[in-house]
Design a protein around this ligand. Structure first.
Ligand code: ATP
Length: 137
């Protein structure tokens, strides 16, 4: 099977690099599945779990928004932040979740603080979900 190199980077670091058989991402316009030979495309990414199937197992990476670019020979993810399951500090994400829930409750729906709190809540919930997943299966 032909492979597709994938690289996931944030402004801080390179988070992940591998040769993928299949990449499944949640784009702004819906889920997208990418295999070698996919036509070039750029899409925004939702706060979500990005899945990569490789010969060495399936890997899941928590991504907090950003962009995914498919080029003929490579997939690049530029994420605002990204973590592998084993990098996620569950206590920190739980505290962020509680903080964000309080802020969502205390702010008027629709205002900018409510929107920020909703995004923070979404990042925390995504991290908690991804932290449950063991890689390399
Ligand atoms: P917090 O309020 O806990 O900082 P946040 O959602 O505001 O959470 P981000 O701004 O998305 O955090 O990320 C800032 C940096 O901290 C990034 O490098 C991100 O990978 C890292 N990070 C955030 N939360 C966690 C976590 N629970 N475990 C490990 N790294 C985290």
């Amino acid at each position: 099977m032909r492979k597709m190199p994938i690289e996931i980077v944030t402004p801080e670091r390179k988070v992940y690099e591998n040769e993928a058989n299949l990449i499944i991402a949640r784009g702004g316009d819906g889920d997208i599945g990418i295999m070698a030979g996919h036509s070039p495309v750029v899409t925004t990414l939702k706060i979500s779990a990005l899945r990569v199937k490789t010969d060495g197992g399936d890997h899941t990476i928590a991504v907090s928004g950003g962009f995914l670019e498919v080029k003929p020979d490579k997939v690049t993810v530029l994420a605002e932040s990204a973590e592998l399951p084993e990098e996620i500090d569950v206590d920190r994400a739980s505290r962020a979740k509680e903080r964000a829930e309080r802020r969502v409750k205390d702010s008027k729906s629709g205002d900018i603080d409510a929107r920020r709190a909703e995004l923070a809540l979404s990042r925390a919930l995504n991290r908690l979900e991804v932290a449950k997943i063991k890689t390399g299966r």
